[in-house]
Design a protein around this ligand. Structure first.
Ligand SMILES: *Cc1c(COP(=O)(O)O)cnc(C)c1O
Length: 251
């Protein structure tokens, strides 16, 4: 249909432009909710995109990156480090946001700064045992299933406090908060309800005396609803890097 403006036209927006547009959306949503935009961290989800795109995003000032697949992530970290040099790699922060497999936990414990997808005590124990003493404790979010039957990933809401308390006791982990990936829906009221549930769960965990500062929720299509409900971190892929090959919203 748009043959007159083929591919180049679509790809004319650079990653820097896209980042700027996303930061603007975050600022507008924050202002609409009476919140300070500086209280919302932008995590750039670079899964499936090559290291060159990450370097481009770094050059546009982006610092925090999210990845879903361990092997892909580790290769990308190395390639980005090589391209940027050690001084500029230093300020980067890598977040594991995909499903955790126990046979890959060592690489996660050694290479990432954050893990957002902890949904069971056993994997948390492995990560704590495998986190090298030479590194700062691994920042952890407990992933919660806020969508009931419509989703399989994350721990069920009624088990969140107990898992959070267990993670908080692990020596090489630092529990920072909660994360959720609600089922995709265009219904803004449903989006809000899912995100509200996660915020209320964070408050419930805090009421047990744990000092948490992070509520990771909101993606390209629902970041406004998440920010309205109190997100302190939004995880944005498509709106920054463009569409991914194949399907693949959340892995
Ligand atoms: C892929 C992914 C995202 C980014 O989704 P977009 O819709 O591309 O913004 C965010 N969070 C998780 C856990 C993901 O797997």
């Amino acid at each position: 249909m748009c043959d007159k403006f083929p591919r180049q036209f679509k790809s004319m927006a650079t990653i820097g432009d896209n980042l700027q547009a996303v930061r603007k959306r975050i600022a507008e949503a924050a202002h609409a909710a009476g919140r300070d935009p500086a209280a919302i961290t932008l995590l750039a989800v670079s899964k499936t995109h090559p290291p060159e795109r990450v370097v481009e995003a770094c050059e546009a000032g982006q610092r925090a990156f999210g990845e879903n697949y361990v092997q892909e992530a580790v290769q990308k970290m190395d390639a980005v480090a090589q391209a940027l040099g050690s001084a500029r790699t230093h300020g980067l922060e890598w977040h594991m946001i995909g499903p955790l497999q126990s046979n890959k936990s060592r690489a996660v414990a050694e290479r990432f700064d954050w893990v957002q997808s902890v949904d069971r005590e056993k994997i948390a124990q492995r990560l704590s045992a495998q986190r090298p003493d030479s590194q700062a404790p691994l920042n952890v979010l407990v992933q919660v299933n806020v969508s009931g039957e419509a989703s399989k990933s994350g721990i069920e809401p009624r088990a969140v406090v107990a898992l959070a308390q267990a993670v908080a006791r692990m020596p090489r982990l630092r529990l920072r908060g909660l994360m959720a990936i609600p089922e995709p829906t265009a219904d803004a009221a449903v989006q809000r309800a899912r995100f509200r549930m996660l915020r209320e769960l964070l408050e419930a965990v805090r009421a047990h005396g744990l000092a948490l500062d992070t509520l990771s929720m909101g993606m390209s299509d629902d970041m406004e609803a998440a920010i309205a409900e109190g997100a302190t971190m939004v995880r944005i892929g498509t709106a920054i890097f463009g569409a991914r090959e194949g399907a693949g919203r959340a892995a």
